[in-house]
Design a protein around this ligand. Structure first.
Ligand SMILES: Cc1cc2nc3c(=O)[nH]c(=O)nc-3n(C[C@H](O)[C@H](O)[C@H](O)COP(=O)(O)OP(=O)(O)OC[C@H]3O[C@@H](n4cnc5c(N)ncnc54)[C@H](O)[C@@H]3O)c2cc1C
Ligand code: SF4
Ligand code: SF4
Ligand code: SF4
Length: 353
């Protein structure tokens, strides 16, 4: 992957800069993009350098502008307009980003909401739209772990939302190294942003690599241990034993042993990952298709198609049953997320405008 690098005389930032500007400030979303193509970085709850970064030496090969790991991080400077122009095609909505179609509905698969993500992945795999999909499996209680799914069974196994960070983008490098060329990836908006930055920085010259991105709406994500403590304290339930966890209409709902208990999401503020207080993207503005529950009735999914590639994938869902989309509700939630940002002097580079 690194054969495109050119000789460098000056030293650039590299991992040191990424650590200073993102990791040490708790802005890291744990997307895994920095480690995806660099063997010097390992993910141990946060990215760490195992050996010295090549840029710590004089006159070594160049690694991107300020180091690939730094450049592809969703929390460093991002030219969102350039990414939209490169990957998306549709009308520009000031709140929702590029939109070709906004719809809602389901197709008879029980997932987290309307099961649309699982249906899209199953249809894409069946029709050879891609060879594999990067999904998040439930592991260790209600933790999430990224996985490369190459069969319908593996895709089905990943159904349901895990409100935890999983380094999804780290699997992109692994899939490519395994010889996969047409890959679908599901992720939160920050993860999709990292995929787009990787595509632009590293993968654009390699035509055979074809990536389709399915973004999930996302208001916040949680630290597992803190959320487990809160679930015990507020609901009297063990998060690890839950059958389903859902956030809907401002409530955190946990189903365990057939019983459902809930509290206000606002009561979980202390368990939210710090990086999520510095994120302005609710609807995964850079994805080929974005999917979430806000804007549609229970049991259905809201879907935003943002590219021709996304449209072609969505068109494979022949028996999709549409329902009315509550566009205003979607716009309200999206703008609320921006209002909740902890605006101040110490912002991640991605938010500095
Ligand atoms: C952290 C998080 C916060 C969310 N917050 C909101 C919100 O505030 N409002 C809203 O409307 N929707 C939110 N969503 C999206 C929503 O929960 C559903 O994922 C979405 O509606 C798709 O539902 P579905 O029935 O089509 O998914 P399913 O068919 O059940 O498929 C779910 C897919 O999501 C993937 N996935 C599950 N957990 C993760 C994870 N942690 N990281 C990456 N991929 C994952 C799985 O691999 C699976 O492929 C959030 C999702 C996540 C992961
Ligand atoms: S991606 Fe490049 S800059 Fe970053 S740690 Fe690896 S070698 Fe260093
Ligand atoms: S690329 Fe992802 S995992 Fe790496 S520092 Fe940035 S946010 Fe964290
Ligand atoms: S709120 Fe933003 S930073 Fe946090 S997980 Fe969701 S998309 Fe990523």
């Amino acid at each position: 992957m690194f054969e495109n690098f050119v000789p460098l005389v000056r030293r650039s930032g590299g991992f040191k800069l990424l650590k200073e500007r993102v990791i040490d400030k708790d802005f890291c979303t744990y997307c895994g993009a920095c480690a995806s193509f660099c063997e010097h970085i390992v993910l141990k709850g946060r990215p760490e350098l195992v050996e010295e970064c090549s840029l710590d030496f004089e006159d070594v090969v160049r690694c991107g502008e300020a180091g690939i790991c730094h450049d592809v991080c969703p929390m460093t400077e991002t030219d969102e307009r350039k990414l939209e122009d490169t990957f998306l095609e549709g009308d520009r909505d000031p709140e929702l980003g590029i939109v070709r179609t906004l719809t809602a509905g389901s197709r008879g698969v029980r997932g987290q909401d309307g099961g649309v993500v699982t249906c899209l992945l199953l249809a894409g795999l069946k029709n050879a739209f891609f060879e594999c999909a990067i999904v998040a499996l439930r592991t260790g209680g209600f933790r999430a772990e990224p996985s490369i799914a190459a069969s319908p069974e593996e895709i089905q196994e990943a159904k349901g939302t895990k409100y935890m960070a999983a380094p999804m983008v780290s699997k992109l490098g692994e899939a490519i190294k395994e010889g996969k060329r047409r890959i679908a990836i599901v992720g939160t908006p920050c993860e999709i942003r990292a995929v787009r930055k990787l595509q632009l920085a590293l993968l654009k010259e390699i035509e055979a690599i074809d990536i389709i991105t399915i973004g999930l709406f996302c208001f916040e994500n949680f630290d597992y241990d803190l959320l487990a403590d809160k679930t015990r304290e507020l609901l009297g339930l063990e998060l690890g034993g839950a059958e389903k966890v859902q956030i809907r209409k401002g409530r955190f709902i946990v189903r365990s042993n057939g019983e459902e208990r809930s509290c206000k999401v606002a009561a979980l503020e202390d368990a939210i990952r710090t990086n999520c207080f510095y994120c302005d993207d609710f609807t995964a503005r850079l994805a080929d298709i974005s999917v979430g529950s806000v804007g549609s009735p229970e049991g259905s999914s809201t879907v935003i198609i943002r590219s021709k590639k996304g449209e072609a994938l969505f068109n494979l869902l022949e028996d999709f049953v549409s329902v009315k989309v509550e566009r205003e509700e979607l716009i309200k939630t999206s703008s609320l997320k921006k209002e909740k940002i902890k605006w101040g002097n110490d912002l991640p580079p991605a938010l500095k405008r």
